[in-house]
Design a protein around this ligand. Structure first.
Ligand code: MF3
Ligand code: CO
Length: 257
């Protein structure tokens, strides 16, 4: 595969495979979202995700990745990312983040969204809205000849203008034949950030993680679940995106009927 400054550039055929992978992820997330209601154990979503991977004949990307034990990351309330599906029951007013990845024909798709459980308070709804909009603000900057850190800046500026915080411990990433490729895609402008020119055919997973109380996170004793240090709420939205001469295209969307 062609590389530009260490970043893989995919050809059109490869992009179509990634669009298929991303489309499957979108269909799985849609089904998970439909199943969200008070009283559901989060393990039910894992089972649904596994079943759909079987139906689509794809491999769940996260299961076994660095020892991660599940197909799905399922993070509730103050859990930021990498939460384990469990016997925990969702309750009215919770928020639940689903992060799902699949491998189709050798290429990865990766996407996440945070879903309200029943009715949530207006404050909580605003957190979800701002986090999702910050993802779209970042995607908007994923353009040929733009700087990678224009994405970071757009996400960070929007989130902070709304009084929330971006998590720094985890970042977005290049994606393709591996789940994580160069470059890292931070949701903030790192100190000393230079210029990383974006080129058509580069594929990025952009994934803002946004919190109410502060940027710090800690990892629970299970070695995976990241929670906010102050246990304030956190939200996470992610899309797999390709840079084209015609602007950014989201690959993790369900195919049009
Ligand atoms: N979307 C996450 C990521 O980009 C999901 C990884 S979970 C893991 O890293 F278990 F696979 F690490
Ligand atoms: Co990701």
């Amino acid at each position: 595969m062609k590389k530009y400054r260490g970043i893989f550039v995919k050809n059109d055929a490869e992009i179509e495979i990634m669009r298929k992978a991303g489309g499957i992820v979108a269909e799985i997330l849609d089904e998970l979202e439909k199943a969200v209601r008070p009283g559901v154990k989060t393990m039910a979503f894992e089972n649904l995700a596994l079943q759909m991977c079987e139906d689509f004949k794809v491999r769940p990307a996260f299961k076994g990745y660095l020892g991660y034990p599940f197909a799905l990351c399922c993070s509730v309330n103050e859990e930021v990312v990498h939460g384990f599906p469990s016997e925990r029951e969702l309750k009215e007013g919770d928020i639940v983040s689903f992060d799902m990845g699949v491998v189709y024909n050798g290429f990865y798709g990766d996407s996440a969204r945070t879903i309200p459980v029943g009715e949530v308070s207006p404050d909580v709804a605003r957190l979800l809205d701002v986090t999702e909009k910050s993802l779209y603000a970042g995607i908007e900057m994923a353009r040929a000849e733009a700087n990678l850190y224009d994405i970071s800046l757009a996400v960070q500026k929007y989130v902070e203008s709304q009084g929330y915080f971006v998590v720094r411990r985890f970042v977005g990433h290049g994606i393709g034949r591996s789940l994580h490729e160069k470059p890292e895609v931070p949701n903030f402008v790192p100190s000393g950030a230079g210029v990383v020119a974006l080129k058509p055919g580069m594929t990025l997973a952009i994934e803002p993680m946004v919190t109410v109380g502060g940027p710090e996170v800690e990892i629970l004793a299970d070695k995976w679940t990241a929670v906010t240090k102050d246990r304030s709420l956190a939200a996470h939205f992610e899309h797999t995106v390709v840079i084209t001469n015609d602007g950014p295209k989201i690959l993790s969307r369900r195919p049009e009927a």
